[in-house]
Design a binder for this molecule. Sequence first.
Ligand code: AMP
Length: 281
Amino acid sequence: MHICKTISEFRKFRCSLTESKIIFVPTMGALHEGHGSLVQMARQLAGSNGVVAASIFVNPTQFGPNEDFHKYPRPFEQDLANLSRWQADVVFSPSPEEMYPVGTSTSIDPGPLGDSLDGAIRPGHFRGVCTVVAKLLGIVEPTAMILGQKDFQQQRILRQMAMDLNMPVEVITAPTMREPDGVAMSSRNRYLSPDQRARAGAIYQALCRAQDQYRSGMRESAVLQAGMIEQITQAGLEVQYALACHAETLVPYTETAGTPCVLLVAARLGTTRLIDNLLIS
Ligand code: AMP
């Protein structure tokens, strides 16, 4: 597995390739089996001749001033071992200075999809995400990029960005990997105390119950939302939002518009913020 820490190193590696198929998985590291499922999907899609590229970069511009940028876990050697086990071919792991040299001034506006949900709670977050992913795509030049459904709004915004800016990349969304009790795997789960970890399951349970209600015919988003809020709050979490939205536009769900419905939750357990969602089929 090649490890490139600078843009020029990666470009040199890129130029040496004869194979044109490159499948890219961007990450912030602290890798778990959820990331593993994306890399393994990339391996499958690339085949034995194609190239699987992953990036590890804790992107400062997507963290707010009071967020966990400095304490975000960075187990680099362990991440490399996992990427090698999942059969990645190349890892791009630049420093913040490499990605944002003094004088960098351009950023990408995520548009209206970035205004609601996490965009409302974390101002500037999706501007940071769009900007870094656009830069990574400009460096890696993949044929396809795999994103997790776990970050539903993120994958929706990045898919729109790639389309609107005519980026020559296929955007693929991969399913959310969960722990046995249903908790979505996340690098931030390691912040949870055993007691908090036990209570975190309430998010997925509430999502599943709202999905059952929807499947039984309930279409009033206010009812679906109230049920989720009650169940998650009862478990001692602080709900930031629990919404039923249109999967394409991310506006509150109403039955008439006829696009798929996605249930989205963000909740805090102490200082740890967890997000999860279910796309109702
Ligand atoms: P992150 O390192 O948190 O920025 O995540 C990198 C990529 O992995 C993003 O596309 C995430 O949506 C995806 N991801 C994170 N957690 C999971 C999970 N539990 N299952 C599948 N994909 C995930």
